[in-house]
Structure formats: C-alpha cells, structure tokens
Write a protein that binds this ligand. Structure first.
Ligand code: MFK
Length: 531
C-alpha cells in the first residue's frame, strides 16, 4: 500500500474574479476606472504570490541587526536589513501603494484603489506595510499642515513611484513614560538661536531606516501635559548618510514583525523643524495616526483573508472520517464564521477608505466627516481583535501543521498580534470613540446612519441595540464610571456598522459571496449590549 502524504492546499491568489474584493470594486468604482484598476490588481496579485512571497520569507529569516560601532570604535549605529526587505519597499514604490492616494488618478476613488492595493500587498510584505502606513500618514500630514519647504522638498519623495527616490517616514510618539498617555512625553525641544534641537528617548521607533520622521516634543517653557506638546519634523541622516544627533540604543526583540527594524532611540540634540507652529502637537499628529489606523484595519482584513483562503483550500483536500472536511457540518460552520467576521471587517474598512478619499478631495459632507472620525478608532479596534481570532482559528483548521513554522501560519499569528497593540490599544481606542461621540458630537449622525428600517425584519435586535447605545451615550459624559462599558460598546458598534454596510451594498445590487450563509451565521452572533 502506498505511503500516505497529505495533499497540499492549492495556492490561492489574493485577487481573483470570484472574491469579495473583485465584486466590491466592480460595484463601487465607475466602469472605466474599474477596468483599469482590475488590470493593475491582477498584476500586483501575481507579483505578491510570486516574487513578494519569496522576498517576505527571506526578510523574516534575515532579520535586522544593529551595528553600534565600526571596527575602529567609532559610533555608527548602522541598522543592517535584508536586501529582500529593501526590495519589498521598492516594489511598494513601483506599484504606487502610497502614491496612488496622492496622484489622484481616480479622483475621489483614489484612496479606495490605494487601499485595495494595500490589501493585496500587505500579507506578502513582511510588514513593510508599517513604514508605508507612517509614510502615507506623513504625506497627508504635509498636505494638511506642512509649509512650502516640506511640500516641495519632502512630499515628492513620499509619493514617488521611483524606488531610488522613495523615502519612508517614521512616527515617534511612544516614550518610556508616555505610552498611550502621550501627554506625559519628556522629550524637550530647545531653540539654539538658529534651529530647534530635540533631547529625549523614543521607546518604540519602527522603521529606523526611514529617511524622515514626525515626532512630538515639548518646547522649553511650554505647559505640562499634552497641551504643551508641539509637532516636529526630523531628517534622520546628514549629507554623509550618518545619523545626526540620534543614538540607537537597541533594536526591539519582538514577538512578531521580525523583519521590521524597531528601535529605542536617544535624541541627543537632533535638529528638527517645528510644524504648524507651537502647541496643538497631538491634534496635528492625529492627521497622521488616523491614516495609520485605517492601514491597521486594512492590514487586519488582509491577514484574515489569507487565513480564510488557506483554511478553505485545505478543507477541500483534507479527508477525515470518510469525506473532505469541507463537507462536515461543524467544520463548515467554523469556516463560515471566519468568513462572516472577515466580510464585516472588509466592509467597515473599505467604506472608511471611500470616505477618506472624499475627505481628501474636499467632497465629504460634515456628516461623513463625523462618521469618519468616530468609526476610524472603531474599525481599527474591531478588525484587529477579529483578525487575531480568525488567524488563530486558521491555525486550528490545519491542525498540527498550522502550528508548524514552515506552514507560514505561525508567522501570520505572531504578526497579527501586533494589530490590537500598536496605533492605540483596544481600550485607548474605545476611549477615543467616546471622545468623538461626546466632544465631536458624532452620535446623532451615527444613529441616523446605523438605522435602516429596511433591516428591521432581518435584524430585529438592531433598533433595540441602538436605543440602548443612545442611552449610554447620553450618560457617559456625566458618569465617567460608565467608561467601563466603552470597549463592549465599540465592539458592538463595529459589528453593527459592518453588518449595515454589507446590507447596504447588497441592497444596491452588490454581490457578496456566500451571503445567505453569512447572514445565517450573523444571526447566531451575540447582539446584546448589556447584561
Ligand atoms: C500594518 C499597519 C501599520 C500600522 C503602523 C504602525 C506604526 C507603529 C508605531 C506606533 O505604534 S506609534 C504609537 C501609537 N500611539 C498611539 O496611537 C497613541 C495612543 N494614544 C492615544 O491615541 C490617545 O488617545 C491620545 C494620545 C491621542 C490622547 O491624547 P491627549 O492629549 O491626552 O487627549 P486630548 O486632550 O483629548 O486630545 C488632544 C487633542 O488631540 C484634542 O484636540 P484639541 O487640542 O483641538 O482639543 C483632540 O481632539 C485631538 N485628538 C485626539 N485624538 C484624535 C484627535 N483628533 C483627531 N483624531 C483623533 N483620533
């Protein structure tokens, strides 16, 4: 009898004409744009599963190294990264993963097209998507708050498609004392008579190989707390390519995202440029982190799609108890649950990308701007939590093989675990949502947006949920102890908003694969707001 070897699952493509991304873009984009975009995405998708997958594997194996001194004892602080890592950055430039949003070839749809590219690029990028997120946020920050020098000398490098001219940007907010509470930041900005110089320690500086960074610092004499912080621009290296007034203390030894060089930095008087005048630093850098939070959400969806596709493919080739596991009802239910979560996260993130695109073109209504403000933290936290769950389920779907390093899935899980942590943890983002509901008065617009009478029959608990939410919103401003409910509220809001957006898409004639199964599965999810 022949020895048994398990058949490998068929390799899938991250973009094909049977999947949700295809149907979504076909419905949303004007026809002439769709044909053009479709060709580019097919090309990127081929590149992702071929060239990029091999590079990502290599970049994760050949991890960054910190070389503090040269052979003669001079401090050099070189960060040596894999050539494969640099190549992944070059591919991002060539494919316009950042540029697409700023060239505006597709007008208000450009941001959506760009995020579709990111969705395909990210799972095969060894998290080069992180420096891209910060670069994109930096480009938007310059568009909104930058002066002519930043616009003319820096912006073009962030949005170019020429790999040899492409720069990435860091975003240095986190400090040992600061963490989520950025207002405690200790970095000082000192005016030396001709330029600002920064002194302090930045605790989590991803992409230390970037050419530039945006950061927060407190000018001498400025107030304590976040009100006293200002936004600064830093060019990391001088004309000779050496770090200028910056010492790399060490690289972080992280659970995942291992190809990404994340460092602790000491700022020893690095020259910096004040951006947008003194004060308002946190509010200004929010322009940047509201973009990276949308990236976080899209990247979460990218990983969920990957875990789902591998699990589905495996279920068709794995035979157990007399038939393929895809035919066992319990396994079917598990796969549909993963698909339901992925689909809701997809709608939540992609619709935000559309509103973001409209806002960038000055076309977003006041109401859409409020929805964007409140749903950005919600999408970030909801998709990140769902992603860890779905990817973990993906490992289980492959049994012991899913736990083995060279199946690729452990790497996916390690990398997924960063998504609920960086760019604001789940609790911090839940409080950001509360800030948007109360301070920016987003609830009335949100309530109107979430109430669709046509859905009463299908989701009978929807209206009741909204009534309960409204009563909580009305009280939380006066009763801070009710903040304890904020995470629960935010997760339910993500669930309901994703469901609504999916249903609106279907009502407009859009195709959602496995819709009936997904709806049935959603009806089994918990929809309770409070015990
Ligand atoms: C693959 C995906 C790639 C992702 C890239 C990963 C890169 C990784 C690098 C990092 O992880 S960087 C570190 C991430 N850290 C954070 O995200 C910080 C988390 N903490 C928060 O978000 C806090 O909510 C915050 C620091 C913003 C609280 O600040 P404050 O100053 O204590 O609160 P306050 O006083 O409410 O806000 C100050 C101002 O900012 C206010 O404006 P005004 O001064 O005009 O009144 C707020 O309205 C404004 N603001 C705060 N959050 C905002 C915002 N404006 C717009 N959008 C927001 N989300």
């Amino acid at each position: 009898m022949a020895e048994f070897f398990q058949t490998e699952p068929l390799q899938h493509s991250p973009y094909q004409d049977t999947d949700l991304l295809f149907f979504y873009l076909k419905q949303r984009l004007p026809q002439a744009y769709f044909d053009w975009v479709h060709r580019e995405l097919v090309h990127l998708s081929d590149r992702a599963v071929g060239e990029m997958a091999a590079l990502a594997l290599e970049a994760e194996r050949d991890v960054p190294r910190h070389i503090p001194f040269d052979p003669w004892g001079r401090r050099v602080d070189e960060i040596r990264v894999s050539p494969a890592w640099n190549r992944l950055g070059a591919i991002a430039a060539e494919e316009g993963v950042v540029a697409e949003a700023y060239e505006r070839r597709f007008g208000e749809w450009s941001r959506l097209v760009q995020m579709a590219k990111l969705l395909i690029y990210h799972p095969y990028s060894a998290i080069f998507s992180c420096p891209l997120a910060m670069t994109d946020g930096a480009a938007r920050l310059i568009e909104v708050h930058g002066d002519d020098t930043l616009r003319e000398r820096v912006f073009p490098h962030l949005v170019t498609r020429h790999a040899d001219q492409f720069w990435t940007s860091g975003q240095w907010m986190t400090e040992r004392i600061g963490g989520s509470d950025v207002g405690q930041s200790e970095t000082r900005a000192v005016w030396d008579g001709s330029t600002w110089r920064l002194y302090g320690t930045k605790w989590f500086s991803s992409a230390t190989t970037s050419e530039i960074a945006f950061t927060l610092a407190r000018p001498e004499g400025a107030a304590e707390g976040s009100k006293g912080l200002s936004l600064f621009f830093v060019q990391l290296r001088n004309g000779e390519g050496q770090l200028d007034g910056i010492e790399v203390l060490r690289l972080k030894d992280k659970l995942g995202t291992r190809a990404l060089p994340t460092a602790e930095l000491k700022l020893n008087g690095v020259p910096a440029k004040l951006v947008g005048g003194e004060g308002k630093g946190v509010a200004r850098i929010a322009t940047l982190f509201n973009i990276t939070r949308i990236y976080n959400a899209i990247c979460a969806v990218g990983y969920m799609r990957e875990a789902l596709a591998v699990s589905q493919a495996y279920s068709r080739v794995r035979f157990a108890f007399g038939k393929p596991i895809s035919e066992h009802p319990l396994h079917q239910r598990t796969l549909v649950n993963m698909e339901a979560a992925t689909t809701l996260c997809f709608f939540l993130s992609m619709e935000l990308a559309i509103w973001q695109g409209r806002e960038a073109c000055g076309l977003a209504s006041e109401s859409q701007q409020k929805l964007l403000r409140v749903l950005t933290p919600v999408a970030k936290l909801f998709t990140a939590k769902q992603c860890v769950q779905v990817v973990s389920e993906g490992l289980e779907c492959l049994g012991g093989t899913g736990y083995i390093e060279d199946s690729g899935l452990p790497r996916l899980l390690r990398n997924a675990q960063v998504l609920p942590i960086w760019e604001g943890t789940t609790n911090i983002l839940s409080l950001d949502m509360v800030r948007a509901l109360i301070k920016d008065q987003a609830w009335p617009d949100l309530r109107e947006f979430l109430s669709d009478p046509a859905l009463k029959t299908r989701y009978p608990y929807g209206e009741r949920l909204l009534d309960q939410m409204e009563s909580w919103v009305n009280q939380v401003g006066q009763q801070p102890e009710l903040e304890a409910e904020a995470r629960h509220f935010a997760l339910l809001l993500g669930q309901w908003a994703g469901t609504m957006l999916m249903e609106q898409f279907v009502a407009e004639g859009g195709v959602v694969p496995n819709l009936d199964l997904i709806r049935d599965q959603l009806s089994r999810w918990p929809w309770r707001y409070s015990d």
